[in-house]
Ligand binder design. Structure first.
Ligand code: ATP
Ligand code: MG
Length: 349
């Protein structure tokens, strides 16, 4: 394709609560950062709690089919307190993740200027967690017997396949190799979870022989939580399973500036299906409609989206704009819109 017919065909799921507010700013910055010759096409999908309340639908198959045709998906936030727990998680978010085989859940953690970290001395935090997205205890493999009796037994099976572990470990090595420090840490618990743990460790060691320039390290998950607080600078890229990844990425977000800045990608690196990018935070019904939502996490998710689609220079401009904006923000309170406008102006300029 010539440089004049580039198009990004984006599906947008604004969702609930502050979702639509932050997504609007993400799109504003995306429009501003793209070169003139790149055409942005967007289609909005009405999915989430509002839709469920109105129709009882979470993600109809026809819409799942339509979503498949896009280059990528930008999601705001899904959910409100009126929807029973699990309905939208399983019926929408996990359904998308499994249908599009989002086996890499990517969550960068970086300490930006003037952000609240509970860590004293503001250590140099700049790492990325590669969390496995399609296996582990999240596959819904299990069951309950003698339910409701004192003898109830609940099994929740953690599924780990050689195929699934190897592909995410390979992705993590490639990401580590592309970063200046080239360091990869495997986080697991192979002293206790011996079956899954050894599959992960053996795979990690074997694939590592193909990446002699990547420094490797192994930590049990309990030790990793300590180091994330006492010495986060030791991490560059972390690879881990679905459950451990869920927990340590929330911890990572907390120590590195909070929920208003945490971005994430649910990625299928093979590009067989569209990848989905979203802020880590939820729909925040307590501040919806007040203009208090910080759109920065969504804007940083747009940067991950651009990087995934090969727009590295544009992604880097967004990262720089966020750093510069936060450096000057100190003490000021700005609305969702004002932050979006400031970031859009910076990436355009
Ligand atoms: P979910 O179950 O959807 O993850 P949650 O209840 O765990 O939702 P959030 O919706 O993320 O959590 O909100 C947690 C807290 O963080 C709330 O007090 C909310 O107002 C605040 N918060 C979340 N996102 C933002 C944001 N972008 N800007 C400012 N505050 C936010
Ligand atoms: Mg939450």
């Amino acid at each position: 394709a010539s440089r004049t017919d580039r198009t990004i065909d984006l599906a947008v799921i604004p969702g609930d609560g502050i979702g639509p507010e932050v997504v609007a700013q993400g799109l504003k910055v995306l429009t501003a950062v793209l070169p003139q010759d790149v055409k942005l096409e967007t289609r909005e999908y009405d999915l989430g709690a509002k839709r469920w309340h109105a129709t009882g639908e979470t993600l109809p198959d026809a819409e799942l089919e339509d979503l498949k045709g896009h280059d990528a998906i930008l999601l705001g936030a899904i959910g409100d307190p009126g929807v029973p727990s699990g309905v939208l998680e399983r019926g929408l978010l996990l359904k998308l993740r499994f249908a599009f085989d989002h086996f890499v859940n990517l969550r960068p953690s970086k300490l930006y200027p003037n952000t609240a970290s509970p860590l004293a001395g503001r250590p140099d935090i700049d790492f990325v967690v590669v969390r496995e997205g399609t296996e582990g205890p999240y596959v819904g493999n299990g069951g309950t017997i003698r339910k409701g009796t004192p003898q109830e037994v609940a099994n929740e099976v953690s599924v780990n396949t050689a195929f699934g572990v190897e592909r995410v470990v390979r992705d993590a090595y490639a990401r580590a190799q592309a970063r200046p420090r080239k360091k990869l840490t495997l986080v697991h618990k192979n002293n206790v979870l011996v079956h899954a743990g050894h599959l992960w460790k053996d795979t990690f060691d074997r694939v590592g022989r193909e990446y002699p320039d990547v420094t490797t390290d192994y930590l049990h998950v309990d030790a990793a939580t300590i180091f994330l607080v006492t010495d986060p600078a030791r991490f560059d890229v972390i690879v881990t399973d679905n459950l451990f990844g869920d927990i340590i990425t929330d911890l990572a977000a907390a120590v590195s500036g909070g929920i208003g800045l945490a971005a994430s990608g649910n990625i299928n690196p093979t590009r067989a299906f569209p990848s989905m990018f979203e802020p880590v935070h939820g729909s925040a019904p307590d501040i919806a409609g007040t203009g208090k939502a910080d759109p920065t996490a969504t804007v940083l998710s747009v940067a991950l989206l651009l990087r995934h689609l090969g727009y590295e220079a544009e992604a880097a401009r967004i990262d720089e704009a966020v750093t510069a904006d936060l450096a000057e923000r100190e003490g000021t309170t700005r609305t969702t819109d004002e932050i979006g406008d400031a970031l859009a102006a910076r990436v355009a300029g």
